[in-house]
Design a binder for this molecule. Structure first.
Ligand code: IVH
Length: 749
């Protein structure tokens, strides 16, 4: 018999809260992702009511239960098979202003080494606001359809795709292998009808057509998808057994001939002016198109140039999305909360009286940092005419696409005198540690490290996130449950891998104590086991070290090839890293002193003096220079890595984690290449191609491009005007090639 809530002690209440949360959460999860109901609706409602009563009686516990009481369901189904894309599905870089479009075309000309008077054509077409889908045809038959997923692996939605009328099942005259890519979307009219029907039947209504399209495509039962009015525009492709055409424009025409819907607002432009003019035309028609678009996409028309331009980490160099301006609305600022992020950053979040901005209800928005609230940017200059934002103020909300809404402006004429200036905390609201703001940093940070629960949990969320370890069934919500669980806690990434073996009884515990089904517990353990094998780049990214993003992590993985080598190099470089930081500080002091005395700063002398004072060994210095010489790495990443690996708590977690994993070395480049694995440095002027293109090509052939010459350099490519790098290479006996020699080596001559 359950005790009345009013008879519970505080400890008992806490215990019961833990149990109820897990019970409800696990029921939610099963229901939403597997469509299974382990407990009856009545029992479910009872548990939720009891949880609510519990927090009403023990208000101290409320924050722990707010999320679950507010939540409407668990993450979407992961019941689809996985399809790995033969060619990754990428996203697009963004342009917001006309000037960004001009910069985009200039950048392309620079990369290609073209002058402004050479002709360069672009297609311009609407950017459809739906979700992307890749359709693979073999010998003219649709064999599978996959969502984008993380870009390299998507969900198998073949059966659902087959139900969409715009998607042909059979093609005549198509290349043997043809992957057509495009956007699944829903028209405004169909969206309105669907929502009306859903409401009538007591089903869930959708916030906007894009969500409706995504929710409809990702149905485990294809018959549900069939009943939803989805459409498809084709605008791109993946693997092809033969080219579709010589230009983007003709390729799209070809797709249209093959039977796909293509967008009739696609135009060919030969100048920035024409591109912008077409953008304005599309913008004018936006309201009457009958479906959502959020910008215009420009693509280099010539396919041979597209091939030369290639890709950055996640976006093509030859295309860009020119977004429509953001939407604005005014509302009241009710409160300012402080959120603590993975790297300890204290971020002010505006709690707003809910307001609709461009069709979406917004009740939270970012206020960036303490200076922003005060009306200053990170250089200390005035913004908004220096107007400070106070709690109770009337504020303007700005929302652009998927980006988090922000507070853009404040109307001080509407002040009543009851508004309260915000005092930014100097201690962490989550753990009470001191929150400090270092010189030159716009952000105040909690110094608690892993003892700060907010940092610890954000680090965990990052660890399991899609681009990192991507563990199925272990998302933000589940981690919050486990984080607070006293019996089976997950507080660090190692705990995830020890979950199953922690005491041998955990499966039973999950099942009995927390109401998990045996099957879901097994599934979770299986998903965790599957991610014991992990590519080095993902593993490094997953650690969540400040400044070490996805690209830096990949660069580090490629350069070092193993975690042991990376860690050893960073450890060895430690004293040089410290000297670098000391020299930075000394330099800053010297600058200030020089400014005060009205003389020129003696930067080099100051730095040299500081470094020599710290007696850095030659091996440390070499390791440091090697680290920060990696193209795309630099002192900021180097210092952050060094700090993270020297932090005792963090290091012990990493070391224990490494022990649990089987880390995969980066794959050798697919093709045989004479420069694979070689470290190459470019110096001086190149004549046949720009430095960027040379670098991208070398990397595509599996070479590592570095910015500085060291013993590890294999080849120096020296053009006219090469200086100290060439001299150093000569001293070290490194192979030196001129540009022609290099091109011959990579078989381009
Ligand atoms: S081209 C390699 N064209 O926008 C370039 N994308 O923000 C592939 N999108 O993931 C994309 N309309 O889902 C392209 N006309 C269009 C598009 C379009 C919508 C989506 C697509 C992409 C996202 C990038």
């Amino acid at each position: 018999m359950e005790k009345p809530i009013s008879d519970l002690s505080e400890n008992e209440a806490q215990e019961e809260l833990n149990e109820l949360k897990l019970l409800i959460w696990s029921a939610d999860r099963l229901h939403h992702t597997h469509d299974i109901s382990e407990i009856s609706d009545g029992a479910y409602d009872r548990e939720k009511r009891r949880l609510k009563e519990l927090v009403d009686t023990f208000p101290k516990l409320r924050p722990q239960a707010e999320k679950i009481l507010d939540s409407v369901g668990a993450p979407a189904a992961s019941g689809f098979g996985k399809i790995s894309h033969a060619i990754p599905m990428l996203s697009l870089g963004n342009a917001f202003e006309d000037g960004d479009v001009a910069d985009f075309t200039k950048g392309i000309r620079n990369y290609l080494g073209q002058s402004a008077d050479q002709s360069l054509a672009f297609t311009a077409e609407p950017k459809i606001d739906g979700l992307s889908l890749s359709l693979r045809y073999e010998n003219g038959r649709l064999v599978h359809g996959a969502t984008r997923g993380d870009g390299s692996t998507g969900e198998d939605v073949t059966e659902n795709a087959r139900t969409i009328a715009d998607i042909p099942q059979v093609l005549t005259g198509a290349p043997e292998i043809l992957e057509v890519r495009g956007e699944v979307y829903m028209s405004h009219a169909d969206f309105a009808t669907l929502n009306a029907r859903q409401e009538e039947q007591g089903g869930k209504s959708f916030a906007n057509p894009r969500n409706a399209a995504a929710g409809s495509l990702r149905q485990l039962d294809a018959e549900v998808t069939r009943a939803r009015p989805l459409r498809f525009f084709a605008y791109s492709w993946g693997e092809l057994s033969e080219p579709l055409a010589k230009t983007q424009f003709e390729a799209i025409e070809r797709l249209s001939v093959l039977g796909f819907q293509t967008n009739e607002l696609t135009a060919l432009c030969t100048s920035v002016e024409e591109m912008i003019a077409h953008y304005r035309r599309i913008e004018e028609q936006r309201a009457t198109l009958g479906y959502d678009i959020d910008g215009v996409v420009y693509k280099v028309n010539d396919m041979a140039l597209q091939a030369r331009l290639g890709f950055r980490a996640t976006t093509p160099r030859w295309a860009i999305a020119h977004k429509f301006p953001a939407e604005l609305a005014w509302t009241r600022l009710e409160a300012i909360d402080i959120q603590v992020g993975r790297t300890g950053a204290l971020s002010p979040v505006a709690r707003l009286t809910p307001v609709t901005v461009g069709g979406v209800v917004v009740s939270n928005a970012t206020l960036h940092n303490e200076d922003y609230i005060q009306g200053r940017d990170n250089k200390g200059e005035e913004i908004r005419g220096g107007k400070e934002i106070r709690v109770g103020d009337w504020v303007q909300i700005y929302r652009a696409g998927d980006v988090i809404p922000k507070v853009a402006d404040v109307d001080i004429r509407k002040r009543t005198g009851n508004e309260i200036p915000f005092a930014f905390p100097t201690t962490c609201p989550e753990c009470g540690s001191e929150a400090v703001r270092e010189e030159g940093d716009a952000v105040r940070r909690c110094t608690g490290g892993l003892i700060c629960p907010a940092q610890a949990i954000e680090k965990l969320k990052h660890f399991v996130s899609r681009k990192a370890f991507d563990i199925d069934g272990l998302g933000a919500k589940q981690l919050e449950m486990f984080f607070e669980d006293t019996d089976l806690p997950i507080r660090t990434p190692v705990d995830i891998y020890r979950l199953e073996q922690r005491d041998g009884e955990n499966l039973a515990k999950l099942k009995n104590r927390h109401g998990w089904g045996a099957q879901s517990a097994e599934n979770l353990f299986a998903a965790i086991t599957q991610k014991r094998r992990i590519p080095l780049g993902r593993m490094i990214f997953g650690l969540g070290i400040r400044h070490v993003g996805e690209v830096a992590a990949k660069d580090l993985a490629l350069h070092f090839g193993s975690w042991a080598d990376l860690a050893a190099a960073v450890d060895l470089a430690r004293e040089a890293a410290l000297a670098h930081r000391a020299a930075d500080l000394a330099e800053e002091k010297e600058r200030q002193a020089a400014a005060a005395e009205g003389r020129r700063a003696r930067i080099k002398e100051t730095r040299d003096l500081e470094v020599s004072r710290l007696e850095v060994s030659a091996s440390a210095r070499e390791s440091w220079e090697d680290l920060i010489g990696i193209d795309g790495i630099g002192a900021t990443v180097g210092l952050s890595l060094s700090d993270a690996l020297a932090n005792v708590e963090e290091r012990s977690v990493i070391d224990a984690l490494v022990h649990e994993l089987e880390i995969e070395a980066p794959a050798a480049p697919a093709q045989e290449s004479p420069v694979a694995g070689k470290t190459v440095v470019f110096t001086g002027k190149l004549e046949k191609m720009t430095r960027d293109e040379a670098k991208a090509r070398a990397e595509a052939l599996g070479a590592k491009v570095s910015g500085s010459v060291s013993k590890k350099t294999d080849i120096l490519v020296a053009g006219p005007g090469a200086g100290s790098k060439e001299k150093k290479a000569q001293e070290l006996g490194i192979e030196i090639l001129d540009e022609e020699g290099w091109l011959a080596r990579i078989a381009l001559l």
